[in-house]
Design a protein around this ligand. Sequence first.
Ligand code: SF4
Ligand code: SF4
Length: 374
Amino acid sequence: MTETTGSSGAVRFNDETWETLSAATRANLCFQCGTCTAACPLADNTPMRVRMLVRRAQFGETDPLIWKCMTCAECNASCPRGVDIVGLVRYLRQGKWRTREVPKGLPTLLWGIFSDGNTFHLPPKDRAAWMQDVKVPGRGSTLLYVGCTASYDPRAQRTARSVAKLLNLAGVEYQVMGTDEICCGEAARSVGNEGLYDDLQERNSAAFRQRGIERVITISPHSFDALKVGQAKYGGPPVVHYTQALEELCDSGKIVSKVEKRVVTYHDPCYLGRHQGVFESPRRLLELTGLKLIEMRNNRAQSLCCGGGGGRMWMETDPSERPGPRRVAEAAGTGAELLATACPYCISVFESERGSEPIPVTDVAELLASGARG
Ligand code: SF4
Ligand code: SF4
């Protein structure tokens, strides 16, 4: 992005940048209808207005509130002109790194990804700690890509173990990369470091090739989205989310799971649902276990963001601006006994922000594993 400082002191990007940006995101087609603002969960409790963000971009300016965006894609789904607002946000964030106008926490995040290969800035030697008592076959052309959060975060590690146990039960031959696994780059892309994201995709692609990987199963929807897009560019293998892989195994009779009959509601993670269109696989898994599924009013493409995407996990958010409590309240309001989801970020946010709401938060894989037999 090429920028100039005008007489007013405002930093503007030039016409060439605008041409590139328009071609990539269709931002030039915006006619300021405001539908995106009406759809954006930030419009209720923050000063950010996505319509204004696009308008300012049309004038060559970057809205300073750009960092509040969670890249949830509600705006993309609602825009009648097909503007890729999430793409625009990522692009504009790239420019902010040049002037170092970035929230604190993000340089450390990027340094952790660059130097340690993970978003936690923890030693790569600890990356396989999630496995504990799980024995992985370590052969075959399927890779279980665990991702940073499920590798290092104790709560998310439970999801990784559940998925691995279910694959074992079904007799799937698969590998994990253990301490050799590196970040998928989704967080880097979200906060505006497309170069680091690209580099990680290339390195992951080479590692997959070296191991003879023909299919990747991810734990996190963020890895799913990042690897699916990135591996398509580098000729890597197809990528699926674990809910899709487990649905296949249930359909072929390799996994049977029956759990205590309870009422559950399901939260669609933005990167699994709106970004990648996977709405039904997690629901089918829940219903196959015998759980009764009831829907929240905002479900599937209208799901409300938990607030953890777009790098927001690594930025301070004022409690009054957090969308998580509203979503947990919506789940509790359905009368469901459990709130299930399929993303480690969503679980982490809901667990820490559910306050006095009594509804327990769980992962689809954990539920399935709790009642599974081969
Ligand atoms: S919905 Fe699309 S066309 Fe309407 S203001 Fe937003 S970006 Fe512009
Ligand atoms: S991606 Fe989500 S948070 Fe960001 S502007 Fe669009 S609707 Fe708002």
